[in-house]
Ligand binder design. Structure first.
Ligand code: ASP
Ligand code: MG
Length: 418
């Protein structure tokens, strides 16, 4: 069997879903199709959540807009009144009910209960359309089989429990194609969780691992993995094949093409990952696999924007390398802040993290008694894998460099955002 994953951009409107159906129809093997929320639905639901949590009435109007967007797609794909519209109506009504009557719990918990609807709606519509197109499909609610802990908004998979359930649900006995949600899961007690933004790629990799898939195909709006974002460096070139190691390094550094967590489950089972364009499905794209051969080693440029650089200094001027380091990093983990770069000197630690203000403020408040912590906002991290002097000059010229870090294969710069 194979796993196909379609992201938000591929299902942003009715023609996108028709295109998805035509790609899926060409596959003759057993298939799990993992789908993200339509287009910008996740962002829109985040806005609904914020308005609702802040007690602003406009949340209903925001939600109605999301509903209208989905209806538009249904109208275009299905003739007259359809069963799918009824399902979507019921699901929206359930969410509205929740928002009207539910008491407001903690932010991360509510985030998962609300934002997860995007994937439920998209998969209901996509599955119904595949069925209408004559395919032998079934819609699966992944929350009942992909079991996680209750770390809301960044849930961890409970592997053995999930593997058992996934294998018995996706058994291909009566159906050849299963359509299910990326990004979301559920706890053993049935609460909805999410795996972190852009987490659908990760779902595809987890399912592939548990079901021993032959391959995973991620369908994107780019031709594959390029050696830079073409919006930044227009002469970017496609990489035909890269190893798991290369892939994990460049995605961790900030290459947005796939989620960094995607690689490990595939590496562990030696399952190749194909990144292909849904716009030109016949082209080969990029293959990530164990025995990849780099025809020619070229620099890979990665930019991670919207970073905060935090400098932490023990107030008593003690060295940071011993207990302080572990104390500080425990605090980062406890606050759910992902560390992208660390640089330590005798009495200070510099850490580059994603700009998640709420979490960073809480962290700094927590460290305040023992440490002086200051931070610079609006910085970005530039990385070059397989760097050359020329490559370095190309991207750092005229930039104010705050931190520079080099290994044999990678150089990283923290610079002020332009
Ligand atoms: N819909 C979610 C997001 O936009 C998950 C995903 O697209 O992978 O973050
Ligand atoms: Mg998305």
């Amino acid at each position: 069997m194979k796993v196909y994953k379609f992201g938000g951009a591929s299902v942003k409107n009715a023609p996108g879903i028709r295109n998805l159906a035509s790609i899926v129809s060409l596959e003759s093997e057993n298939l799990v199709v993992v789908v993200s929320a339509f287009g910008k639905t996740t962002n829109a639901l985040e806005k609904v959540l914020m308005a609702w949590l802040n007690g602003e009435e406009k949340y209903t109007a925001l939600l109605d807009e999301v509903y209208e967007g989905h209806l538009l797609v249904i109208d275009e794909l299905f003739s007259t009144f359809s069963e799918v519209k009824e399902k979507i109506d019921i699901s929206f009504a359930r969410l509205k009910d929740y928002l009207m009557t539910g008491s407001k719990g903690k932010h991360d918990f509510e985030y998962d209960q609300i934002v997860s609807y995007g994937e439920i709606w998209s998969t209901i519509i996509v599955e119904a359309f595949l069925k209408l197109s004559g395919m032998n499909t079934e819609w699966i609610d992944i929350r009942e089989s992909l079991i996680t802990d209750d770390r809301f908004r960044d849930a961890n998979i409970l592997w053995s429990e999930s593997t058992n359930r996934i294998r018995s649900i996706f058994d291909f006995k009566k159906k050849r194609i299963y359509v299910t949600q990326g990004f979301i899961g559920g706890t053993v007690t049935g609460q909805t969780t999410t795996l972190g933004r852009e987490g659908s790629d990760y779902t595809a990799a987890i399912l592939a691992n548990m079901l021993d898939a032959e391959s995973v195909m991620v369908w994107k709006d780019v031709p594959g993995i390029l050696n830079a974002d073409p919006k930044w460096l227009p002469d970017a070139q496609k990489l035909d094949e890269i190893s798991y190691r290369e892939a994990v390094e460049i995605t961790f550094s900030g290459a947005k093409v796939i989620h960094p967590k995607t690689i490990k489950p595939l590496h562990n089972k030696n399952i190749p990952l194909h990144v292909r364009s849904f716009l030109v499905p016949g082209e080969k794209g990029t293959i990530i696999k164990a025995d990849a051969t780099l025809k020619k080693i070229i620099p890979v440029f990665i930019k991670k924007e919207d970073q905060i650089l935090i400098s932490i200094l023990p107030k008593d001027f003690s060295f940071v390398m011993g207990d302080n380091l572990s104390r500080v990093f425990h605090s980062f983990i406890a606050h759910g802040i992902k560390v992208n770069l660390v640089e330590a000197s005798a009495v200070s630690i510099d850490v580059c993290v994603d700009d998640e203000r709420v979490r960073v403020d809480a962290l700094i408040a927590d460290l305040k008694t023992e440490y002086n912590a200051i931070y610079n906002e609006s910085v970005e991290m530039l990385s070059i894998r397989h760097y050359t002097q020329e490559a370095i000059e190309r991207i750092t010229k005229g930039r104010e460099i705050m931190i520079e870090q080099r290994t044999r294969s990678t150089v990283r710069f923290v610079v002020r955002q332009e």
